[in-house]
Design a protein around this ligand. Structure first.
Ligand SMILES: C[S@@+](CC[C@H](N)C(=O)[O-])C[C@H]1O[C@@H](n2cnc3c(N)ncnc32)[C@H](O)[C@@H]1O
Length: 250
């Protein structure tokens, strides 16, 4: 992707790299009906790790925090140290496309806003292999939150993320891939703004000045601002859905 290093520069200045928030991570974790002593958790596409640190605090588990951008992992571990949970987190700098963990390794797999990188359905297949029998998967995924989004929204996603589906269609895929859905809920608009788009807008203001005259950087920043504006206009039609599910069969 053109200008990806500028995208990283923006994201590295933010509390997280996608919509989400600790109370929602906690709600999803509490929906898991099993009580583990010390679960082994894989956090795929952890980014700077807001949810990783929250999970470390509430799960008493060991978490492998996996991301292919090493600067995020450095940020995560620095914060984990500050919060006293660094012993619970092992950073792993690798692509989720190259994961080589043994089958049935994990009690819980987590992925906020990142599983889609493998493709939603393919991501379910892959994580199912990595989960122990009866293990749990918790993810957030971009979805249509209404059945009839307007043409402008359909056209936008046809270009930006053609794999987008509505909540019911995602649930059908979850069932088809042999998971039992435990809970799903839509993240509120506040987490898009408070933890993500408002800090991003502030950063874009600074970086637009820093990179004045740099076409590649400015066009990346422009695209991000357009994304924020699009969300402001059409947020009633799409959002992030948390899906918490359990592996069935073996
Ligand atoms: C939308 S962000 C979500 C980050 C974090 N989970 C959060 O909610 O703040 C997606 C993350 O996936 C990571 N990523 C992108 N492609 C990846 C890949 N092939 N393997 C592992 N991580 C990847 C990015 O570096 C980024 O941290």
């Amino acid at each position: 992707m053109q200008g990806v290093k500028y995208l990283y520069e923006v994201c590295e200045a933010l509390p997280r790299s996608g919509p989400g928030g600790n109370e929602h991570t906690e709600r999803a974790f509490n929906a898991i009906p099993a009580r583990f002593q010390e679960p082994l958790i894989l956090d795929i596409g952890c980014g700077q790790g807001m949810q990783t640190i929250e999970l470390a605090k509430i799960s008493n588990g060991k978490i492998i925090a996996l991301d292919n951008h090493s600067a995020f992992l450095d940020m995560l571990m620095k914060k984990a140290k500050k919060e006293g949970v660094e012993k619970n987190i092992a950073p792993r700098n690798m692509s989720m496309l190259d994961m080589n963990f043994k089958d049935k390794s994990f009690d819980i797999i987590w992925s906020e806003g990142a599983l889609y990188i493998m493709g939603f359905q393919n991501g379910l297949k892959k994580t199912r292999f990595l989960l122990k029998d009866n293990g749990f998967l918790a993810i957030t995924q971009l979805v249509y939150t209404t059945s009839n989004p307007p043409d402008e929204v359909l056209e936008y996603f046809h270009k930006e993320y053609p794999d987008i589906k509505n909540i019911q269609e995602q649930i059908e895929i979850i069932k088809k891939e042999n998971f039992n859905l435990i809970l799903n809920f839509t993240l509120p608009k506040s987490v898009w703004f408070n933890n993500y788009y408002l800090p991003m807008e502030k950063e874009l203001y600074i970086l637009n000045k820093k990179y004045k005259g740099n076409k590649e950087a400015l066009s990346m920043f422009y695209a991000l601002q357009k994304e924020i504006d699009f969300y402001r206009k059409f947020s009633e039609f799409f959002g992030y859905e948390f899906f918490i599910m359990q592996k069935t069969g073996s």
